[in-house]
Design a protein. Structure first.
Length: 202
């Protein structure tokens, strides 16, 4: 039996991963935004960002690619490489001849082989029968200007129909936030993601 501890002061629930908390009110918010392309879940650890995204995807039966960023990904070449790796695992990238030994970044934030990589991936994503959802977790690890520009370029390379979830313990950087069209973006912050008293009792 798992225990959950709920703080009335912070609205943060601490629990084992296997504990399922029904958060219907947040599912309704996401459902109303189902036609949008970008979803930002922004709150400190313990607010249920990953669990909410996972349960919503299961509910809607959407195939997803999950990318967990690490501190070392705060470089344009490494960030592009991480996207390459997760897409390649799903069979969405066919060219395995790229050299990642010395990634570089030009003035626009494009890392080495960026155009070749994302043109190939965008074609594969566009041809998918069911549009994919891409979840990027730990967006707070991105802070270097070149890495942020690269991420913005990645956003611009995604074909229509793709949904992107960005999970972060902090607010998104100005560079990323300003690249998101307001009418296509759903943002849930700490106030929305905090567990209500009823949710905390389950």
């Amino acid at each position: 039996m798992f225990r959950t501890e709920f703080s009335m002061n912070t609205g943060v629930l601490s629990s084992k991963p296997d504990v399922v908390i029904q958060r219907d009110r947040l599912h309704r918010i996401l459902d109303r935004s189902v036609n949008k392309s970008f979803f930002c879940l922004l709150a400190p650890a313990g607010y249920g960002k990953s669990t909410l995204a996972r349960h919503w995807l299961v509910q809607h039966r959407r195939p997803a690619i999950w990318l967990f960023l690490e501190p070392g990904d705060n470089k344009p070449g490494q960030l592009t490489k991480r996207f390459f790796e997760v897409f390649a695992e799903r069979g969405l990238f066919k060219n395995n001849d790229l050299n990642w030994e010395a990634p570089t970044c030009d003035a626009t934030g494009h890392s080495i082989n960026f155009n070749t990589l994302f043109n190939d991936i965008s074609t594969s994503l566009s041809d998918a029968t069911t549009p994919l959802v891409i979840i990027v977790e730990n967006m707070h690890h991105l802070s270097a200007p070149d890495a942020l520009r690269t991420f913005v370029n990645i956003l611009g390379s995604l074909p229509s129909g793709i949904k992107l979830f960005m999970l972060s313990r902090k607010a998104l950087s100005h560079e990323v936030a300003s690249a998101l069209p307001l009418d296509q973006t759903c943002i849930l912050g700490p106030d929305e993601l905090a567990f209500s008293f009823d949710e905390g009792q389950h």
